[in-house]
Ligand binder design. Structure first.
Ligand code: GDP
Length: 524
């Protein structure tokens, strides 16, 4: 009978990446690790593995509780060295292809910071996961369940504070969760040019199916090119209807793998815990395919997850380490401010002296509260930190001056010639009917040279989240029979995002025409 790839990998004690290498070598096509393979192929693979003797055995190693920064990497094992073991006569194909399987799946990773050549030498890092979805669909409950069951308890009496992220220890290694559910936090971070999450979990309640904020969350994940896993929550309810959720998803061109697509859909209950283990396993699988790596010895790079003022301690900031390692005593620069790390705690509240990649750490030592999404870099000493800030300040002034003085070139006015251009839109209307009517007309307007990309089409007034999304994607927000609240207009003004409202569909369409033309001819 047919067998799923990851099931077979588990049975044979192989890394999934290695399993996909073998499949590639055999010329077997698959969509993802959850695709099924034929019995004949299964037999063939078993033979190859028996000959190679490459079963790894370290896949289920439990990461030590309160893991130091580099624990998950050793716990998780490393596909590349394993594949290139000299003892293995590699029956199928050349080694070190850990990259290839990722591109064969639907998941699209974020841009990697390292080049392929050096990649295999850089250790794996734990995935960073964000949870998004409609209000009341169970994001907080799911995070709470994972935190309760997967976070190693610290010394008695230690109260875990919300610091914006936490680390879960799973049988497959460490997974880091961003602890502020919802796409606003996600997009705020992204709006500053940082990408923190590697994987987005979209929570959809089984009794409610797709709701406006579900579509928003999906649009945000897609805009960031972050792979998605769907968690159908509240499966314990008698009225749970996971099939409806799956069918509704296909209407957004998101096809669950059991319907022949690539989308991983996991039924769960945050109440009973059903399926949560599977969800964690899928996260690890996905991380493995994405081949996430970061160099603990490299130059430090991090992002602020959140900052706050504590009455007793002063300014506290949670920073996600992305590259390199932080040490107590290091000098950090955020924007045009710097600070020296006086103390660091891990997300469970334990004091630590250093922190490596994919570790959220709470830092004491900043003088100003940094904003979430701000990039953090380190400096050798106070002098270097001041120098860096001085350079940044003068760069900023130069840019500001340049923006005032700069004359547009012809190409800038005309746009680059003969390439396909895209008009990004966010559509907001009063009813589903209007949304569909407008989308229908827009679909017919597209031409070979100009694409219309409706990033998000929703019912109701535009939200702050829409503005943030529009800001990062340079989209225009078009409203039909709805208007933006004053607060949203204000943010749009600050961010330079256009929100335009119409009461007549054809006026809205005229505006789209102008936007399309605007991409070709300057309007004087
Ligand atoms: P959020 O707004 O997405 O963070 O949703 P919450 O986690 O606050 O959950 C909203 C409501 O749904 C709460 O009353 C939860 O107790 C309930 N809830 C969440 N997950 C489940 C579940 O798996 N099963 C059931 N029966 N209720 C759930």
């Amino acid at each position: 009978s047919k067998v799923r790839i990851y099931t077979l990998a588990k049975e044979l004690n192989l890394e999934n990446a290695r399993m996909l290498e073998i499949l590639d070598g055999l010329g077997v096509s698959y969509k993802s690790v959850s695709s099924t393979i034929e019995e004949d192929t299964v037999e063939l693979i078993k033979q190859i593995v028996a000959e190679e003797g490459t079963g790894s055995g370290d896949e289920v190693t439990q990461a030590p509780a309160a893991a130091p920064a580099d624990a998950p990497d050793t716990a998780k094992g490393d596909a590349a060295p394993q594949a290139s073991q000299p003892a293995a006569p590699a029956a199928a194909q050349p080694a070190a292809q850990a990259q290839a399987p990722a591109s064969a799946t639907a998941t699209q990773g974020r841009d990697d910071v390292v080049s392929d050549a050096s990649k295999a030498e850089i250790p794996h890092r734990a995935p960073v996961v964000t949870i998004m979805g409609h209000v009341d669909h169970g994001k907080t409950s799911l995070l709470d369940y994972i935190r309760k069951t997967k976070v190693a308890a610290k010394e008695a009496g230690g109260i875990t504070q919300h610091v914006g992220a936490f680390e879960a220890q799973t049988s497959k290694g460490r997974i880091v969760f961003i602890d502020t559910p919802g796409h606003e936090a996600f997009t705020t971070i992204r709006a500053r040019g940082a990408n923190v999450a590697d994987i987005a979990i979209i929570v959809i309640a089984a009794d409610d199916s797709l709701m406006p904020q579900t579509r928003e969350a999906i649009a945000h994940a897609q805009a960031a090119k972050v792979p998605m896993i769907i968690a159908i929550n509240k499966m314990d309810l008698p009225q749970a209807n996971p099939d409806k959720v799956k069918t509704d998803l296909t209407q957004l061109n998101l096809v669950p793998e059991e319907y022949g697509g690539d989308l991983i859909v996991v039924p769960v209950s945050a109440k009973t815990g059903e399926g949560v283990e599977d969800l964690l396993e899928y996260i690890s699988l996905n991380a493995e395919l994405e081949d996430l790596r970061a160099d603990p010895k490299g130059t430090f790079a991090g992002v602020v997850i959140e900052g706050r003022v504590d009455k007793q301690s002063g300014v506290l900031a949670t920073v996600m380490v992305q590259e390199g390692t932080l040490h107590v005593g290091d000098f950090l620069v955020v924007g045009e401010n710097y600070g020296k790390i006086k103390a660091m705690t891990d997300s469970a509240g334990g004091r630590i002296k250093e922190a490596g990649p994919s570790t959220p750490v709470q830092i004491l030592g900043f003088s100003e509260v940094p904003t979430s999404g701000e990039k953090v870099s380190s400096a050798k000493n106070e002098h270097a930190a001041r120098d860096l800030i001085a350079t940044r300040a003068s760069d900023r002034r130069d840019t500001e001056n340049a923006q005032v003085q700069r004359k547009l070139t012809l190409e800038e006015m005309m746009g680059p010639l003969s390439t396909v251009r895209t008009v990004n839109l966010i559509l907001r209307a009063d009813t589903q009917g209007s949304v569909e009517a407008i989308q229908g007309i827009l679909a017919r307007k597209e031409s070979e040279d100009i694409k219309i990309n409706v990033m998000l089409a929703g019912i109701g007034a535009p939200t702050e989240g829409d503005v943030l999304l529009a800001g990062t994607a340079e989209a225009t927000i078009l409203c039909f029979s709805v208007t933006a609240p004053g607060s949203v207009n204000k943010i749009a003004e600050n961010k330079g995002v256009d929100i335009k409202s119409f009461r007549i569909i054809y006026e809205l369409i005229d505006e789209v025409d102008r936007l399309m033309k605007g991409n070709i001819e300057p309007v004087f």
